[in-house]
Design a protein. Structure first.
Length: 248
């Protein structure tokens, strides 16, 4: 079943504490990104851990192989469950990170969900979004990456391209031993998309059997974050049976 990661994209430790308290007992997995980590570092991570929750450290590493390997080694000391890096950093960088033991799960960014086809063409004139996602995912998986970060719009074609289609006999459980799919750009139908471009709804993510959705402002900026989170979780639970139906 699709799990929710709430993005703690806030300015202060106090705001982080308030969100953790308000979502206590409902959300157990949180993303700490560049903003909060740059401002507060290890303190922000420790706060989530002290509340008994898991951390996805979304720093999107992209540098020379040794630098990234050293950074991943430091994230292991923080006790985070997963850390992100850009698959565009190349084969040697990915291999250097993946070969570390012990290490957190490595989740590889394909094409940011804030980017459109036009944005990508400005960088790579002959590239399409789906082909870029496919090629980067293949590179990452061949070098030991544990999960693929992409838009929900690319998950089904990517599964087909990687021969990860859901078996009609095994159903959605057939994906349990494959790479994890992590999808940002999640917006309920009645929410503004903000700076996201390639978005899907939480219900669609559940239908697709995506492993993790990363969602921030629809919850953290809501008048009642707990109520917003509970509604999204309820909508995903209602949509989950359709994922099983599609696999049969």
């Amino acid at each position: 079943m699709t799990q929710m990661i709430v993005a703690l994209d806030v300015d202060t430790i106090r705001e982080e504490e308030e969100l953790l308290e308000r979502l206590k007992g409902t959300i157990t997995f949180y993303k700490i990104g560049l903003q909060l980590f740059t401002a507060h570092g290890k303190r922000a991570v420790d706060l989530v851990h002290r509340a008994g929750n898991r951390v996805f450290l979304d720093l999107k590493f992209c540098d020379i192989p040794q630098t990234v390997a050293n950074a991943v080694r430091e994230t292991q000391k923080l006790g985070v469950e997963a850390v992100s890096l850009h698959l565009s950093g190349g084969a040697d960088m990915l291999r250097a990170a993946a070969e570390l033991r012990p290490r957190p799960k490595l989740w590889g960014v394909t094409v940011l969900t804030s980017m459109t086809a036009a944005d990508l063409h400005a960088l790579h004139p002959r590239a399409g979004v789906r082909s870029a996602v496919r090629n980067l995912a293949r590179l990452g998986l061949s070098r030991g990456i544990d999960g693929i970060i992409c838009s929900g719009n690319e998950v089904e074609p990517l599964r087909k391209a990687l021969n990860l289609e859901k078996s009609s006999k095994q159903g959605i459980a057939s994906l349990s031993h494959g790479p994890r799919f992590i999808t940002p750009g999640i917006r309920p139908a009645d929410n503004a998309v903000h700076d996201q471009k390639r978005v899907i709804t939480p219900e669609k993510a559940a239908e697709l059997g995506i492993d993790y959705i990363v969602i921030g402002r629809p919850i953290t900026a809501a008048p009642d974050p707990l109520k917003a989170a509970q509604k999204i979780l309820g909508d995903m639970k209602a949509a989950a049976p359709r994922a099983i139906e599609k696999s049969c």
